[in-house]
Design a protein around this ligand. Structure first.
Ligand SMILES: [Zn+2]
Length: 438
């Protein structure tokens, strides 16, 4: 999951402050108080869905359900889960007939299964995302506008792919380009960090791990942060160890998704808290199912995420004192690192999949250092124009020396592809993360 905050999306200072204050309070609520709050938000969403979302009106009527009849999370389970394929087939009828009121924006993600999904995010959901991150980061001492560094490939796509960094004075944020991580450029990254002295670093586990590994190979004086925030993929134990040892601080890891139906983040005690005031998280047949408590333009109710977690139902409360429930293990997406012919180490290239229109499933395989295969399953809405943009971006990232082949798989192969453990990027080129060495 990539989160790219654009300041204009969040320019509602009074509403944002109000929501932030309410989230600051609710994190300390008791289990019962949190449940009450969650069910109040759920009731708001269910009533809205019944009144304004044709798909849910029909579904509720066919089940002889009324929103006020759903008073507990057990009642909620009477509503069948929403899969990605149901969402795809019913996109229009899942859009609220008054969506415009909430400033909807169309988003696309390839998620953790490679299965492409489109949906709307809106203003209340943007506000929630902003306040959620603000609260989570504040657990490590962050205050708004504290100097912050972030590895973000999204920021550098299009014109900036050759840039190493970019600084945004308004938000006091130093954006670092993970596509430029290499032995040759490591000093440039370090100089930027020493110049802007960010107190926090955010990024995917793999990009920060590559950065830490490159730093370890060089005898550079340590770069220190108050905390590091990881997100977007599974943080592996060896990655955590190297990153914490290199930057002499703790990682506060998190789990979320573009659809914003559930959020989990680590507190300074090292426990993973489920943000039950953000979304309603259930475990169905071992997988995460989430219900958005804030997105009105397209309410996603009991949305299947295909990630696995284990919840601690009867564990003692966390030593940090927060009432937000705890979970134990998160089994999310992992990926390999692509090594380029000019010595860069690329992670998170899968965000390019979000460019592709009319693609049901996607994967990148690096067969040799100069040979990449892109595997795609198309549907009838496949857009060759979006493929051109995707290929252009991919070429910029990989460099001219690399041959790119596209393999189209038949739509019939989709069930088999989705039943396998998915990796968005597979590389057979040796690399420390791929059991080789940098
Ligand atoms: Zn805690």
């Amino acid at each position: 999951m990539a989160v790219e905050f654009k300041i204009q999306k969040f320019f509602y200072p009074v509403d944002i402050l109000r929501l932030k204050l309410s989230l600051d309070r609710s994190q300390w609520f008791s289990k019962e108080e949190l449940q009450t709050l969650q069910l109040q938000r759920l009731s708001l969403i269910l009533n809205h869905a019944y009144s304004h979302v044709p798909y849910y009106r029909n579904l509720f009527d066919s089940l002889r359900l009324k929103p006020h009849g759903i008073k507990t999370t057990e009642d909620l389970s009477k509503i069948p889960c929403l899969t990605k394929s149901i969402l795809k087939k019913n996109f229009k009828s899942l859009t609220a007939n008054n969506a415009r009121k909430f400033n909807p924006q169309l988003c696309r993600t390839s998620g953790t299964t490679g299965e492409s999904t489109e949906f709307y995010q809106d203003r209340p959901s943007n506000m929630l995302e902003f306040c959620y991150y603000w609260r989570y980061w504040s657990w490590a001492g962050y205050r708004l506008r504290d100097p912050f560094a972030e590895f973000t490939l999204n920021h550098f796509l299009n014109d900036g792919i050759d840039q190493t960094m970019d600084y945004a004075p308004l938000t006091n944020r130093l954006m670092l380009n993970p596509a430029q991580l290499s032995h040759a450029k490591i000093d440039t990254f370090v100089s930027a960090l020493k110049k802007y002295t960010p107190q926090f670093l955010k990024g995917s586990p793999s990009s920060i791990y590559i950065f830490a590994t490159l730093l370890d190979k060089k005898d550079i004086s340590p770069v220190k942060f108050k905390a590091i925030f990881t997100t977007g993929e599974l943080l592996l134990p060896h990655q955590r160890k190297r990153i914490e040892d290199t930057f002499l601080c703790k990682i506060l890891d998190s789990y979320g998704q573009m659809e914003r139906v559930a959020a989990i983040c680590q507190c300074p005690e090292g426990q993973y808290h489920i943000n039950s005031d953000y979304g309603l998280l259930e475990i169905v047949r071992g997988s995460v199912v989430g219900t958005s408590l804030y997105n009105f333009s397209m309410p996603l109710i009991r949305y299947e995420l295909n990630d696995a977690i284990e919840i601690n139902t009867d564990s003692p409360p966390c030593a940090c004192g927060r009432g937000l429930p705890l979970c134990q293990t998160i089994i999310g997406r992992t990926q390999d690192i692509i090594t380029t012919t000019d010595g860069r180490f690329l992670s998170n290239v899968f965000i390019l999949f979000d460019i592709l229109e009319g693609v049901l499933w996607s994967q990148i395989i690096q067969e040799r250092i100069n040979k990449i295969k892109v595997r795609l399953v198309r549907d009838k809405n496949f857009s060759t124009k979006s493929l051109e943009v995707f290929m252009w971006q991919l070429r910029l990232l990989l460099g001219k020396e690399t041959e790119i082949e596209i393999e189209y798989l038949s739509e019939n192969t989709l069930p088999a592809l989705l039943s396998q453990k998915y990796k968005p990027i597979i590389s057979t080129v040796p690399h420390e993360s791929n059991q080789g060495t940098i």
